[in-house]
Design a protein around this ligand. Structure first.
Ligand SMILES: Nc1ncnc2c1ncn2[C@@H]1O[C@H](COP(=O)(O)OP(=O)(O)OP(=O)(O)O)[C@@H](O)[C@H]1O
Length: 281
């Protein structure tokens, strides 16, 4: 990860109506290639924060910079090139009659045409395995298929930053796994992924950092492993520990384990922990 700041948010306040602040002084710094998960209960301001990052809502106060450029009307074109957003509901994102048109729209707007456009679309179709969807009409797609195409429509623009609002919701297990692999791959290519999720079980393992937003404020910014040790924050933000972490805590209690171990992030981590506890006892 480089030290270059990709996102810098300073004292961001935003209201839809006067006297009713939705975001109450958000501060965040994200380095190029860094990824994080945004957690928080319904209505805490997560999606609003994404819309502010893209200047899609008027009149925020504070400062937002993307790659050193202030987010404002003047820089809007540049920001849209750098940041891709996948909305929570794909019906808010897709608006063209065919899947192919959806995929071509973003890159065409960036001035990519002809052969280059064709080869980019081929790359998107191959990488995201969209062969069976590409000739379909958008309104014929199932909800999960629409989510795939919503992601594909920003992937085709090759942004530096991905803002993904609940990308896993309503996806089948195989597609969830495929999404996680694609996110990890993008992260290895120094893309930053900001993922909103309600489900701590679904957080891809390569992501180590999380912020918790509660009633428009950041309640926690740090390592996911450290958050799992902070019961009072989890409770306040209405978050459940993942089932493997609950099992791990139970095991620790039962076996009176004292040493500090990291919370398991997947079943392999958990099996490794089990192996180690057997050795120790
Ligand atoms: N266009 C709007 N006009 C007025 N209020 C709005 C508008 N959009 C969102 N809100 C309000 O802003 C608050 C934050 O909404 P937001 O969608 O950012 O929450 P969230 O954390 O993303 O929630 P969820 O997890 O349910 O998606 C909510 O109280 C919501 O009702």
């Amino acid at each position: 990860m480089s030290n270059e700041l990709q996102i810098k948010v300073k004292d961001l306040h935003f209201s839809f109506f006067p006297q009713h602040e939705i975001l109450k002084g958000i501060n965040l710094e994200l380095k190029k290639g860094e990824s994080l998960i945004i957690l928080g209960e319904n209505g805490s301001g997560k999606s609003t924060f994404f819309l502010n990052l893209l200047n899609l809502l008027p009149n925020y106060t504070g400062k937002i910079e993307i790659s050193g450029k202030e987010v404002n009307r003047k820089n809007e074109k540049d920001i849209r090139k750098r940041v891709g957003i996948m909305f929570q509901n794909p019906n808010d994102q897709l608006f063209l009659p065919t899947v192919l048109q959806e995929l071509e729209f973003g890159p065409s707007n960036l001035g990519i045409n002809g052969k280059e456009l064709k080869s980019r679309i081929k790359y998107v179709i191959d990488t995201l395995k969209l062969h069976n969807l590409i000739d379909k009409k958008t309104f014929h797609l199932s909800y999960g298929e629409k989510k795939k195409i919503a992601f594909a429509s920003i992937f085709s623009m090759d942004p530096e930053i991905y803002l993904l609002d609940e990308p896993y919701a309503n996806l089948d297990p195989r597609t969830k796994k495929e999404f996680s692999e694609i996110f990890e791959n993008l992260n290895q290519k120094k893309k930053s992924m900001l993922i909103i999720s309600h489900d701590l079980d679904k957080i891809p393992k390569f992501i180590k950092r999380t912020i918790v937003i509660h009633q428009g404020e950041i309640l926690f910014d740090g390592l996911i492993n450290d958050l799992y040790n902070k019961m009072e924050i989890l409770q306040k933000a209405n978050l459940d520990l993942p089932i493997l972490s609950i099992l791990y805590l139970k095991l620790k209690e039962e076996l009176h384990l004292k040493e500090k171990m990291n919370f398991p992030r997947d079943i392999n981590d958990f099996l490794e922990l089990l192996k180690n506890t057997r050795k120790d006892n």
